[in-house]
Design a protein around this ligand. Sequence first.
Ligand SMILES: [Zn+2]
Length: 369
Amino acid sequence: MLSAKMKRSLALCAILAFLTPAAGKAAFFRPDVRPGYGVTRRGWLSDYHAALKGTNLDTPVYYLEGRKPGATMLIIGGTHPREIAGHTAALMAIENAAVSEGRLIVIPALNASGYGLHDLSANIPRFHKIKCRSGHRLLPFGDRRVDKADQKMADPGQYRHQSGAIIPGSKGGDGAEMRNINRNYPGLADGTETQQVAYGVMELIRKEHVVLNIDMHEADTPTWYVMRQNGKTREGGRLAYMLVCNPKDAAMELGAEAVIDLSDRLGIKLKIEPSNPAFCGLSHLEIGNATSCLSFLFETPNPGQDDWRENPDVIRDTRYPLEHRVGLQWEVFQELANLYNEYNDQHLVIEGMPDYKTLMNQGVGAWLN
Ligand SMILES: [Zn+2]
C-alpha cells in the first residue's frame, strides 16, 4: 500500500511531467501583449515568410500607424530572450505609444522559440512577476538561442555564416551559434529555421520600406568583480551602454549625435561603435548593408548576464533596475527617431511614452497594462 505522502508525491510527479516539455520537444510560446489605443493592426512574421506559419518560430508584429503618412521605423525586442529590457521596452511602446505621423512597427519577442525554453546559461526563472496597471503580470525570460528542437539541422562543430565566413575567436565559432538569430542575418528563405526568422525580418524591412531599425539587446554589467578561478578583480563587459551602428555614414552620424545628446541630458555615459565587418550575421551590419535602412543595436546592462553573481535580480537590482534599462532603450530609439526627423522630409512622430526620468520615478509597471 502506498502512503498518502507517497501518493501525493507520485501525483505531483505526474503533473510536473505534464507541464515540463519532454526533451526534444519545443515548448509553445506566445508573448503576453496588452495593446493600447495606438495599435492599428496586428500581423505575424509569417506574413513576410509563409514557411514560419504554424511553427514555434512565428511571432506577432504590431503596427502603430499615424493618420499623416511619414517614415516607417522598426523596433525589435526579444532577439535574445534573456535580455528582458528590450522585450519590455517593446511592450511599453505597444501598450502606450500613439503615432500621429508615420508608422512604428514593433516585434516584441522575435525569438519566440527561445522564450519557450528555460535560460540555459544562468538558470534564471522563466517568468518574473511585476505589478502593473491591471494587477500582477509575468515578464518572460528565456534562452538566447532558438530551441534545438525547432531546428532540423544538428549544431555543427563550428558556426559558419551563410556566406561561408567564420567568426574569429572561440566563442563566435561555437556551432550552437547556428541557432542565434543575431548571427544569421540576412537569412535565407530556404535556409535553417533560424536563418528563416532572419529572412522574415529582412522581408518585413524591404516590403514595409523601413527607414530605421533598432535591435534592443542587453549585455553583462560593467561592474568590477572578483574572479572565482584566481581571486583577481576585473571589470565586467564593455558592451553595456553601447550603441552599435552600421558603418554607413548616415547611421554613424545619427548614432554619434544621439549618444552625445543623451549622455549630456541624462548624465549617463553612452558609447558608440561601428559594426565590425568580421562579425558577419549581426542585424546592424547585415540589415544596413543589404537595404537602405539605417540599422542600430543598443545594449543595456543586465545583472542576469553576469556569470559571477549568485542570485541576480533581473528586475530590482539596486544599481541596474529594469526601469533604468527600459528607460534607456526607449530614450535611445526616440533620440534616433527625432534626429532622423530633423534631417529628413518624412517623419515618425510618437506621443504617449514616458521619458527616462518619469520611468525611474514611476517604475516600469506604471507603464504596462
Ligand atoms: Zn543580445
